[in-house]
Design a protein around this ligand. Structure first.
Ligand code: MN
Length: 235
């Protein structure tokens, strides 16, 4: 575009009217394209509301640091590259996830990775808490008790085969526990279930501290769930 503009600037004078009109249109077109590019959807990495060591001993500082600065950063960089390469015109992440089947695996995986981890960081806190009353009531009504909910969620997380996520979602006013593979999330596809809570069960999320003991990671993770944030996500 800069090249086109330079060309127009250098050659504009003295061109016949029709040519000049064509060049001016090109300038407008280039400017419109630049505006489009500036408006283009991009993913950013949210700042952590705690330090790497604050979730210890449940999640250790080194795992947090590598997870945040290496894994998540890489998803953010790759999704933004893919958005440009595939000329994605969606205006929101939500729209992109709804139409995700139209795009490449690179875009799908990295968009999920970018969004899921922001959601995950925000779902955790070093402050001990319990579900606020409205959330607690919904959990009890759906799963029988808070303990039964935790058991069912942990069961889903521990038995999910391979890399992925386990979620508590709201689907049309009903709570469900679901798991997704790779970096897929509940917003992907036309149904778009609303994520309330998500747990990363990729080995990179726990292997340094827990090795193969995913179950122990899941049990300890309950100590750092940010229940006030989960409640805010209820529609
Ligand atoms: Mn992860």
């Amino acid at each position: 575009m800069l090249t086109r503009r330079k060309f127009i600037k250098n050659t504009g004078k003295g061109l016949v009217g029709t040519m000049l009109a064509g060049s001016l249109l090109d300038v407008e077109e280039a400017s419109a394209l630049e505006n489009e590019a500036q408006k283009r959807l991009s993913f950013t990495q949210d700042r952590l509301m705690y330090t790497y060591k604050d979730l210890a001993p449940y999640i250790d500082a080194l795992t947090m640091e590598i997870h945040y600065t290496k894994h998540h950063t890489a998803y953010i960089k790759s999704v933004n590259e893919a958005i440009i390469a595939e000329n994605v015109m969606e205006q929101t992440g939500r729209d992109l996830f709804k139409d995700v089947a139209s795009y490449s695996d690179k875009l799908r995986n990295n968009a999920g990775g970018a969004w899921n981890h922001n959601f995950f960081w925000e779902s955790m806190t070093p402050k001990v808490g319990t579900p606020p009353s409205k959330l607690a009531d919904m959990i009890q009504a759906t799963f029988g008790s808070f303990e039964q909910f935790k058991e069912q969620f942990a069961q889903a997380a521990v038995t999910h085969f391979g890399s992925g996520w386990t979620w508590l979602v709201d689907h049309k006013g009903k709570m469900e526990i679901i798991s997704t593979s790779n970096q897929d999330n509940p917003l992907m596809g036309p149904a778009q279930k609303t994520p309330l809570l998500g747990l990363d069960v990729w080995e990179h999320a726990y292997y340094l501290k827990y090795q193969n003991r995913r179950s122990e990671y899941v049990q300890n993770w309950w100590n750092v769930v940010h229940w006030d944030k989960v409640a805010e996500r209820l529609i």
